[in-house]
Design a protein around this ligand. Structure first.
Ligand code: ADP
Ligand code: MG
Length: 254
């Protein structure tokens, strides 16, 4: 059984069916890329996995570590070890990165403000964050800024990956973490993800372009078109997409 098991998932948004029976298996130690043209339902998949209320599950199931998660709140899914990096990270005025990261980590540890032994110490926090600040080329002053406020596109995406590094999820869903990034940011983000890569982490990397796959070699590549996975294979699928694009699945998706 895979760590994350998606079976025949059907999802509608505002009454329109977007995902039309998606099945995918992601286990720790594996990197999967989900590629597809714009509007094929990639973000609908990521939002549904993390429990966005605007996405209505019409059928199918999602199990994470053997547990049905579709009824769980987003924070419960997160505490179970699922992580989502948003395609469009949001600005949260009034909450600093530092505060947010520590609070999120404490919540994961089950620290409720009482049992101090469960809280993350400043030293432990630094040990977790510092190597990734360096890899991601994030200046430490970012930690005292409000979440994403005034961050450039590339900085927001790098901040998402910093969250991932701190929370150490078992399965991470990265929704177009590469889109809108300049080549340097793509390199830093890839470097950080490659550093986290290993037997304890599964990655579902959603991307429109093959570019990031030159830096993060996927074990599996799936092609999503019009709400369905139309092809799955190894890295060679991405190589073919690089040459031929999505046109083979119809003019309208080219
Ligand atoms: P992708 O991420 O592959 O570009 P999306 O999942 O964002 O695709 O979108 C798939 C389809 O669902 C599109 O037709 C889009 O317009 C529609 N859609 C997605 N999210 C919403 C939403 N929140 N409100 C209305 N329509 C949506
Ligand atoms: Mg999208």
């Amino acid at each position: 059984m895979a760590d994350l098991e998606i079976r025949d998932l059907r999802v509608s948004v505002e009454g329109r069916e977007i995902l039309k029976g998606v099945s995918l298996d992601v286990s720790k130690g594996e990197v999967h890329a989900v590629m597809g043209p714009n509007g094929s339902g990639k973000s609908t998949l990521s939002q549904t996995l993390l429990g966005h209320p605007g996405y209505k599950v019409e059928g199918g199931r999602v199990r994470f570590k053997g547990q049905d998660i579709l009824e769980l709140t987003p924070d419960a899914r997160s505490r179970l070890g699922l992580f989502l990096a948003l395609q469009y990270p949001i600005v949260v005025p009034g909450i600093t990165m530092n505060n947010f990261l520590r609070t999120a980590l404490n919540a994961h540890r089950g620290y409720d403000g009482k049992d101090k032994s469960k809280s993350v110490s400043p030293k432990e926090f630094r040990t977790l964050v510092e190597p990734y600040l360096e890899t991601l080329r994030i200046d430490r002053t970012f930690l005292s800024r409000y979440i994403n406020e005034g961050f450039s596109g590339g900085e927001k995406k790098r901040a998402e990956i910093l969250q991932m590094a701190v929370l150490q999820p078992e399965v991470a869903v990265l929704d177009e973490t590469d889109s809108g990034l300049d080549i340097d940011s793509i390199k830093y983000v890839s470097e950080a993800i490659n550093k986290m890569r290993g037997p304890e982490l599964g990655v579902l990397m959603i991307t429109h372009y093959t570019r990031i796959l030159q830096f993060i070699k996927p074990d599996y590549v799936h092609v999503m078109v019009a709400g369905q996975v139309v092809e799955s294979g190894g890295a060679e699928v991405a190589d073919r997409l690089e040459r031929e694009g999505y046109a083979q699945w119809g003019e309208e998706v080219a």
